[in-house]
Design a protein around this ligand. Structure first.
Ligand code: SF4
Length: 227
């Protein structure tokens, strides 16, 4: 597998936010979201076998707990990733998989919590979500919309209603995008969409979704990597 980094921090953007978590960040992505803050994962990294990755995770968290597979787009390495996720489950980890939803998710073990992005129009990658992935999502999983404009919000609101997402998954997350070059102040001034505007719209429309803020960007400098 091609790995960018493995580290321990706090989970930042799902219903697991705030919990101690080991992150396995895989290298490579086939999308190019306009606000992507993970461009450093597109190239480079180092080779490791699934067993070597498992050993590194166990060294950071010997007693199990939470581990998140992220990227980049981890499902580009599905052939080795699926066995790795199976091994982590055998070791009683709760496994989260952050994925764009552009790759087929049918081979992901059902015990893995899938946190799946649906890309909105102003991400520059709208329309990449595979609708047939909705068939493999369960009440364990979460769907996330990263929003940078009112148009993105309306897309997410309407997609959530049309596909009755709140009845399919554990949580539907509406998350304001951060400026990709954000650094310094740890507050919402770096959000492309003001969380207060988003909150007002969600309340007015009674959207069955959860406003989600990227917790780690309010704890550490938003430019900091490995947190
Ligand atoms: S899918 Fe994720 S890693 Fe890939 S470009 Fe979009 S935000 Fe960045």
């Amino acid at each position: 597998m091609q790995i960018t980094e493995i580290y321990k921090s706090l989970q930042g953007e799902s219903t697991y936010a705030g919990l101690v978590c080991v992150f396995v960040r895989l290298t490579g992505c086939n999308l190019r979201c306009t606000w992507c803050d993970s461009q450093y994962t597109f190239y480079g990294g180092h080779q490791a076998s699934p067993e070597e990755v498992l050993d590194e995770v166990l060294a950071l968290s010997p007693n199990g707990g939470l581990v998140e597979i992220t990227g980049g787009e981890p499902m580009l390495q599905e052939r080795e990733l699926v066995p790795l996720m199976e091994r982590l489950l055998e070791h009683r980890f709760t496994v989260l998989l952050e994925t764009s939803g552009e790759r087929p998710l049918g081979r992901v073990p059902t015990a893995v919590v899938k946190v799946v992005d649906v890309k909105c129009p102003d991400s520059g990658e709208g329309g990449t979500f595979r609708l047939d992935n909705l068939e493999v999502l369960s009440r364990r999983d979460e769907i996330k919309f990263v929003l940078s404009t009112r148009a993105d919000y309306e897309f997410a609101r309407d997609f959530t209603a049309r596909h009755q997402l709140s009845e399919k998954v554990n949580a539907v997350l509406f998350s304001p995008a951060f400026r990709k070059d954000a650094s310094g102040a740890r507050n919402s001034s770096h959000c492309l969409l003001d969380p207060q505007d988003l909150a007002d719209w969600m309340i007015a429309d009674g959207v069955p979704a959860r406003l989600s803020l990227q917790l780690h960007k309010f704890i550490w400098d938003p430019a900091m990597k490995g947190v």
